[in-house]
Design a protein around this ligand. Sequence first.
Ligand code: ADE
Ligand code: ZN
Length: 326
Amino acid sequence: ISIEKFIEEIPKAELHLHIEGTFEPELLFEIAKRNNKKIKYSTIADLKNAYRFNNLQEFLDIYYAGANVLIEEKDFYDLTWAYLIKIHTQNVVHTEIFFDPQTHTDRGIPFNTVIKGIYRALEDGKNKLGITYKLILSFLRHLDEASAFNTLKEALPYKKWISGVGLDSSEVGNPPSKFERVFAKAKEEGFLTVAHAGEEGPAEYIWEALDILKVTRIDHGNRCLEDDKLVQHLAKLKIPLTLCPLSNLELKVVSDLKDHPIIKMMDKGLLVTVNSDDPAYFGGYMNENYLGITKALDLSKKQITELVKNSFKASWLTSKEKEEKI
Ligand code: ADE
Ligand code: ZN
């Protein structure tokens, strides 16, 4: 079979996905309309036209503005359900998704409204589409420690719905160490931990995420390649990196997919995975990410299979569940 068909058909897992980043322009306009929320762009085409970014911050500004139209529990349900329907067509059978509660609670939307809408859709996805999931609460690193602590406190009553905590948003100037105490408390409460590090920030931030936040997985991690000792450490401990090729291209982390380090990383023994990050903004879901690197780097079916297996290995499924899925 063709390489396209091979990518489409192989059952996949996604480990780095922001639910607010799956907000497609059509649904965004629909929800804005029913909530009487004004948006800066008059047409869907105008909005799509604004999706040209020179760096992470330019993307984040538009991503947070888009999320502003989400008000009711149904909005969060519809957003999540649309994502699940989409990945079901791409044979994604397991997904571990981030949500950014502070983006909503800072606008006066109750934590309960946000998580209930997302959770109900995830449960429906499990029961009706057979997609298993984990939910990860991600702290916004441009906000302060007190805000993160407050968010963690709000999450405690929903502990059984949330598997772990993460760290995202503007990286440079907001090192992992800023959240040392929050992550220590989250761990104490039984949450697993991950953090975005080394996307735009230096290799040092990856060390901090590992040594200070004690994370078990690094989101992005591209810049580990600048530090040989770090690469050896990540390889030796099999710490997964959740790479996002189309995101890296759109945010100018790489200037061409041909320069994407994923194969170099595999050759160095790193446990790397392919993910979509914010698919509505970066031009593709899982299959487009796999196809993009496959074409740019001439990947074989064997290499694709290895990447897919890595994602299940790096997931938070139990060993028994992993065996069933791989
Ligand atoms: N929030 C959503 N996508 C992100 C990314 N790629 N990096 C940091 N924060 C994000
Ligand atoms: Zn991300």
